[in-house]
Design a binder for this molecule. Structure first.
Ligand code: TRP
Length: 461
């Protein structure tokens, strides 16, 4: 379609047309008023969209387990953009989520040429050390390496069967010359995202992945892969209500009552339908219209909300019959803070961001020379006011350093009115950032002794 936005997780440029992204990729807007204890990133509209977040919120409000997963590329220094993801992970953890963190060492090895040993060192020294300092709860956080968790690789490998090069071309824009590491990495990442639901890793429960919009292609891929493995689908029925359909595949045809000759084994098929009916009446439906021969069940009274109740039960049944029973992951999307120079933040260009281990004086220099929304002269600034929307110092207060909404609103209106000058705005940012970096440095020292405790058993040497 003409004028479509495309999202490329490997690109150095990014679309910031967030409304278009929501519309084009079918994301839903986050309504922070329904969130328990909304974080400043929610209150400020920075975490702006989601897929299936309601599964997480429902689990939270009914006291059922849920998890959060993220991954890190162990190939550079941890900066403010990475911190924002961990802020969200921590928030989910505080609401009761268990936390899994993938060190994407296979991805970094394949796409950036780092040795696995180097990846390990970077992951621990740069990332996990800061996670500890940022206050992730060590009791409830499990960091693992892609390279030492075979089930993640196996899942990625077997899921590969559910997609093809055309889909990769459509999702990622791959061409004939695309390196195959870029085909493998998203499959392993799908393994990362889906494996916490496996019985050995906590069992069936909703898992949310907080990401920047650049990672949405991976989520679209993963959601598609998960649903393609499902043995039972629940859809809106044309005649109203919901309909459950069997998805007969090579792996499950026997279990679903299809014989080697393609003929339906009636009694086996009936026993599957008896189980489905038992599930539905257990949930409370009485009008259940089974059509075993056709492989479908109509539930005329079911609403789209009921789908969330029915689906996990079908996944459990699938597991009991030998299937994977994978639930599509939930996800949330955050907007990106502008880089300090006015374009994208990137660890390979230190002038565009602040590292969590940044020296305060270096930070000060970066803020002083950062892109500003002030007017060229003092006179004009007083008269016309500054533009906080593009002002790095203000935006960094908003995204990272000022958690008090009232204080932030005052600085914003003072800048807009011209009362606060560019130099003053930068100084406010510098003061807050210094406080932040100093505190974080102290926390790093205090938590240095627990860094290794964040590692899962299969991540220890
Ligand atoms: N590909 C991600 C990145 O480039 C890293 C990653 C690996 C990841 N596995 C993940 C992110 C799972 C989120 C979820 O940063």
């Amino acid at each position: 379609m003409a004028g479509d936005v495309s999202i490329d997780p490997w690109s150095s440029s990014q679309s910031t047309d967030y409304n278009r992204i929501i519309e084009q990729f079918g994301l839903e807007m986050v309504d922070y008023s329904v969130l328990p204890n909304p974080h400043m990133l929610h209150r400020r509209g920075i975490v702006f969209a989601h897929r299936d977040l309601n599964l997480i919120l429902d689990a939270h409000s009914s006291g059922n387990p849920f998890g959060v997963l993220t991954g890190l590329m162990p190939s550079g220094r941890m900066h403010l953009g990475h911190k924002m993801v961990i802020d969200q992970v921590k928030w989910f953890q505080e609401q009761g989520a268990d936390v899994s963190i993938a060190v994407a060492d296979l991805e970094a090895h394949a796409t950036r040429g780092l040795s696995l040993d180097e990846c390990r060192r970077v992951a621990l020294e740069e990332y996990v050390a800061n996670y500890a300092a940022l206050g992730l709860d060590v009791e409830n956080t499990s960091v693992y390496f892609q390279s030492t968790r075979p089930v993640v690789q196996r899942l990625g490998f077997t899921l590969g069967k559910r997609t093809n090069l055309s889909e990769f071309e459509a999702i990622y824009g791959f061409k004939g010359e695309t390196n195959l590491a870029h085909v493998q990495a998203p499959l392993v990442q799908a393994g990362d995202i889906l494996h916490p639901q496996l019985d050995e890793y906590g069992g069936l429960r909703p898992i949310v992945v907080p990401v920047g919009v650049d990672q949405d292609p991976h989520l679209r891929l993963t959601r598609g892969l998960a649903s393609k493995t499902n043995w039972f689908n629940v859809k809106a029925s044309k005649s109203g209500g919901l309909v459950i359909g069997l998805s007969v595949q090579d792996e499950n045809s026997q279990a679903l009552g299809v014989g080697a000759d393609g003929k339906i084994d009636k009694s086996l098929r009936q026993s599957v339908f008896d189980k489905l009916s038992a599930i539905l009446s257990g949930i409370g439906f009485s009008d259940i219209r089974s059509n075993p021969k056709h492989g479908s069940i109509e539930i005329p009274a079911a609403t789209s909300r009921d789908r969330d109740l029915i689906r996990p039960e079908l996944l459990k049944l699938e597991r009991s019959m030998g299937g994977l029973g994978l639930l599509q992951p939930s996800s949330t999307y955050h907007q990106f803070a502008i880089g300090m120079t006015g374009d994208k933040m990137s660890s390979s260009r230190p002038e565009t961001t602040i590292f969590l281990t940044e020296d305060v004086q270096v930070m000060e220099k970066k803020v002083k020379s950062s892109f500003s929304g002030g007017q060229p002269t003092l006179e004009e600034h007083r008269r016309l006011g500054g533009n906080p929307d593009v002002d790095v110092a203000f935006q960094y207060l908003r995204y990272f350093f000022e958690d008090d909404d009232k204080a932030l609103a005052e600085v914003e209106s003072g800048y807009r009115s011209g009362e606060i000058l560019t130099g003053q705005m930068k100084q406010i940012c510098i003061d807050k950032a210094s406080e932040y970096l100093n505190h974080l440095g102290e926390m790093r020292q205090q938590t240095a002794h627990i860094v290794d405790d964040f590692l899962a058993a299969d991540a220890r040497l």
